[in-house]
Write a protein that binds this ligand. Sequence first.
Ligand code: ZN
Length: 260
Amino acid sequence: MTKPTGDAGHVLGSVAGRIGAATGQRSANTKATADILLTMIETLGLQAGDRLPVERELAAQLKVSRSTVREAIRALTSMGVLSARQGSGTYVTELSAERLATPLLYAVERNASSASALMDVRGMLEVGATELAATRATKADIKRLHRLAAAIHADQDGVRNLAADRKFHHAIHELADNELLIELIESVWHLGSTLRQRIMAGTDVLERTMSAHELIITGIESGDPVLAGAAMRAHIEDIRGWLEEAIKSPNALANGQSNP
Ligand SMILES: [Zn+2]
């Protein structure tokens, strides 16, 4: 915390570069404005808790329209750089390196192609892990997987359900018996987790997840890597679809309810 501008400056540059992805189809103008806003936060040495000038002032200073400023602020708010307090203005939130050094975290939550790229990586790693698990699982392992799978209920508690999902997947990764593989999967698991918590509160998603998990267990139990891997692949593709749907129509799953 002794020299926030140096670290923050480096990190902010990286954040600025990612805003295009985070804002998806929005105008290049917005990205440019967001870049300028970030530079302004940095050069003015604004600290966590400092208030941003009002929209009108910013628009005049940056020589852009107020709607562009509004959109840039919205993008930075969604990335956690700014926060809006009702009736009081927009404030700079934490400028910690930990927070800002993970712009991918926000891109995955907001951008369908980033979310899809994440699922590509998970597919490569988890299908491989599941294939290995099929060659190694004992009866006791299968019993444990059934127990972990049963921890997900259609009770629409997304946080709890995603935690249970994580334990289930992790148990499969452990069966692959490869520490590096486990570490690699763990390093990407947290990406998109806020969105996944929301998705894991939808009835349709939960039902489909539970049956997908049962199919994965059946595949592993059969001892056939191809069957087990295919079951995990199908589950990953389901998740990809849900993420894309949630990003493209944020209100569809906003209340933790799937569309009927
Ligand atoms: Zn799962």
